[in-house]
Design a binder for this molecule. Sequence first.
Ligand code: GDP
Ligand code: MN
Length: 384
Amino acid sequence: MEYQGKELFRRVGIATPRGHFSRDAADVAAFVAENPGSWVLKSQVLMGGRGKAGGIKFADTPQQASELASELLGKVLKNVQNPDGERVSALLVEEKVAIASEAYVSITIDRSTKKPAVLVTAQGGMDVEEVAAHDPEAISTFWIDPAIGFSPFIARRLAFAAKLPLGFHKHFPAIVGGLYKLFMEYGANLVEINPLVLTEDGRVIASDAKVELDDNGLYKHPHLAEWRNESPADEDQEAAVAIGLGMSNYAKLEGDIGVIANGAGLGMGTMDAIRNAGGSAANFLDIGGGAQAELVKKSYQLVVSDPKVRALFINIFGGITRGDQVARGIVQALAGDDVRKVPLVVRLTGTNEKEGRAILAEAGMNPVETMDEGARIAVDLARA
Ligand code: GDP
Ligand code: MN
């Protein structure tokens, strides 16, 4: 449902409206009383088209919120696609934002090419099938090669091709990148933001969320299955923030190989390479750009603190991140006696690669040349 989709969005850094989940009209009224302003009451059901079906209401006072929440809770929403309808048993109360413009973005698997397809149109807030039927030119599509993964230029191109208002452009690569990360990480069938909203004060927010997971995806993510019932405070997010990273930079998975990379795209590629080599990642930490030795050291400590990790693959493609800083961080991490040691393989390319390699060599380590080689070695080390 929407509130769960938005929870996942926040994990990957996609902004969502401030909100409150509730199953009770008195609680909704109390929330609005404590937080004066304009609020949207959104029925939490699986079906789409809730606006037209009367499942979305606006409230400015606790009194209104109470009446509308009582009206919605228990109501059966129906439309042409869902003639039997769906009973509303929960609401998401969200800050009502002033909309300057609405866009649409989704990622799904294109059945003919078997590649993830990113669809974007400036005609957000409408049924995308309707747009496709009446104005197909208005939808821009990019097929991502999974071996290469996402890169920000894909989103930049789409923003221009779909003629999104300029206010969207700056934020768009991070939003599409986050969506792609979710799509891959959870093996989703569909991730969709409709509408993606540009607010009058210049924010870009996912006003609606749809994440369709298949059962396999859910199976691969037991922690997600738990979370579906109740959403606990996320320890992974807290751990990432505690070492100075963004909350979506660290994610626990279910395999036995720890992965540290710079950038979500390289991380996805690294995990794919590990999968191709017959292994699977225990977790993934994105150290971001320009990491200093101290952050590399803390990242190492965080990743190996996960007892599932039997081997670690550090894969750095140096741009603003400098190879010597990464190498120094690794050496410092290994120098501490309080830190858990696991078999390690490092790939270090790009800026200050030579200096980095020299530092590692002095400490008796020998970095590999390619990602696939590193992945194969990591899989072997984890099995040893
Ligand atoms: P859906 O109909 O199930 O897709 O539900 P949405 O979450 O997409 O909401 C439907 C419509 O309600 C949107 O297209 C907007 O027009 C309107 N809406 C939802 N949230 C807001 C808001 O914060 N501000 C304003 N002005 N309109 C909103
Ligand atoms: Mn919608």
